[in-house]
Write a new protein. Structure first.
Lengths: 344, 344
DNA sequence: CTGTTAGCGCGTTCAC
DNA sequence: GTGAACGCGCTAACAG
């Protein structure tokens, strides 16, 4: 009559009673390494299904088991690429029955304040992405779950976790080749400062190729990877000598700012006067008025791989903290010319 | 020696023992409507502080109390505006000690699959944003928490929840005035289809002003609010008669696509041939090559208001599901001319 | 105001 | 294999 089905908790006891077995049998049915006769197992499963039973997570956690919660330690979402990665990651997580919970932070201080707090969740996995916390913080965060994952933060060997990342070194190499193919002889690279290994990796790959080609490279380092920073830093870069004729921007946001500096502020033509390569392939890079050649990060693969690790662990009960390097791909648009004429 | 402080659970019992009181006193100290002598309260608080005690959430939930988890029912993050709102919301939530947990879905079907699952979390609040689930689904989702919030989904009177939203009707009015001020006489509006009340509200406000001015208005409806859709729909719109000389795009993504259609595909000038107004004020709208005049949604206010409601409820133990309409503001850039000549 | 007692729902020994 | 009994940490209802 007034029995709202809202909080109508169906407990293991209910199922046990309805199935005519003890509660332990029900519990075992829902446990991995159980030992239940196939007959009863099926029976219990059927009854549970009919009653709409789901093991209560709070109780499960309290009893010492891990929850289905996946903690995501993440920084500001200001880069569309990061939002996209989070989007895909959440989808995959949900599909597999996990629950993504955001621990959004700005600084190491934030992380610390959040740390004591999260221990109690007994999360299956903790994923760090979009920020580069100090090695120590990472370590602590990782220790909060059986299967810590560091997502797209480059190859960090200082943290004991499964590494899943785009191969940024390789991405930098692609950028260098694109610029070289464009006939660039005075390249520059713009990276982001502070705890951002991935930008270093990109720059390293970039310079590796240039070194091999015997080409010198200018460098600009900005404090934040934003449009504004990219625009300002480009102006500074272009004022230097020798004036660059090709720039590799650490991300597309900066590249967008760079384009405006180049064309609007300085009245130069791209790629005529200066060739440009970005990184990430965010929607803005494909805009008609920009058409920036860029290095695309395979977002879906990153998400798949990360979730795959969690799923595997769930099945096999073990993991071998391996590193997965995912290859980026160069997307040719209008800011690099394939001169072809470059060969003599 | 090997006592890792990692999972070193400090329980209420530990605190009670150390403080020389009973566990109930400790519990009461951490409960709202408690009745503890001020002396003991201080004592307990001090001891708890020293020992680093935090009430265990799983146990708390199991005992029937609500957790500090705030469930966020959200759709795809493809619009930067939405990512920004989520970003700000998460920040505010964390500052207040709440834990945002994502229930990311694409369809009503997804929502259903997630529903039984979430009941057990006893969340303080559930926030719906970025998607417009059917009234029924919204209702069920809302029933999962004492304080349901519908964030920036317009004024939905069919769901029993606190409404926090930009005043989209008013936003549409601003857009109309901007276009009219620009000297536009044959305006058009592009909205998004399917369960997206907010686009309807924007269009309604837009047409309200036009009606008052006795100006007719063309209309285009696209299935998704993306760059591509906006570009294609703009071409169709411009092929009609009379040819619009001003377009109000339901969001900046579509406006970006529209700009490319107008200038690149059709070779028209903006605002010379056609004036443009977008909505949201995403970073892309401010790009040097676009400079789109747009209606900015006050993201911070939206987030503040939503979290404020939760905090208030936490303090006062009650809420009065009111609607909060937050005023958007017009951002003048280069796609609308302030002709000034319009006044005869 | 305080201490005691009894569950919340589940996983897990232990005997059988 | 199975069932009974205990404990995870906390809140609530009860007696003092």
């Amino acid at each position: 009559m007034s029995k709202k089905s809202a909080g109508s908790r169906v407990t293991a006891d209910d199922v046990a009673r309805a199935a005519g077995v003890s509660r332990s049998v029900v519990s075992r049915t829902f446990t991995k390494g159980a030992s239940v006769s196939e007959k009863r197992r099926k029976l219990v499963l059927a009854v549970a299904e009919k009653l709409g039973y789901e093991p209560n997570i709070a109780a499960r956690v309290l009893a010492g088991k891990s929850s289905n919660v996946v903690g995501i330690l993440i920084g500001p979402l200001l880069n569309p690429f990061l939002a996209d990665l989070l989007d895909k990651l959440s989808d995959r997580l949900r599909e597999e029955g996990f629950l993504p919970t955001l621990f959004k932070v700005g600084t190491d201080g934030d992380v610390k304040s959040v740390l004591p707090f999260i221990a109690q969740y007994n999360m299956v996995s903790t994923i760090v992405m979009g920020i580069s916390p100090s090695a120590q913080i990472s370590k602590v965060f990782a220790s909060q779950s059986p299967i810590p994952i560091v997502l797209n933060l480059g190859v960090r060997r200082d943290v004991e976790a499964a590494i899943v990342t785009t191969d940024h070194f390789s991405g930098g190499m692609l950028a260098a080749r694109a610029l070289l193919d464009s006939g660039v002889t005075k390249p520059a690279v713009m990276t982001r400062q502070v705890e951002t290994e991935i930008y270093e990796e990109r720059a390293a790959g970039f310079r590796h190729v240039l070194d091999l080609a015997g080409v010198a490279c200018a460098r600009s380092v900005v404090t934040e990877g934003s449009y504004e920073a990219g625009r300002a830093a480009t102006l500074a870069l272009m004022a230097g000598a020798p004036r660059p004729d090709g720039i590799f921007f650490g991300n597309d946001m900066m590249a967008l700012g760079g384009m405006d500096a180049l064309r609007l502020d300085l009245g130069l033509s791209v790629p005529g006067d200066v060739a440009v390569v970005g990184y990430d392939d965010i929607p803005g890079a494909a805009l008609g008025a920009y058409q920036i050649s860029t290095i695309r990060q395979p977002v879906n693969k990153l998400a798949d791989k990360a979730v795959g690790i969690i799923v595997d662990f769930d099945k096999q009960g073990t993991t071998d903290l391996t590193s997965s390097l995912i290859a980026p791909v160069f997307v040719r648009r209008k800011t690099t010319g394939s001169t072809g004429a470059e060969s003599v």
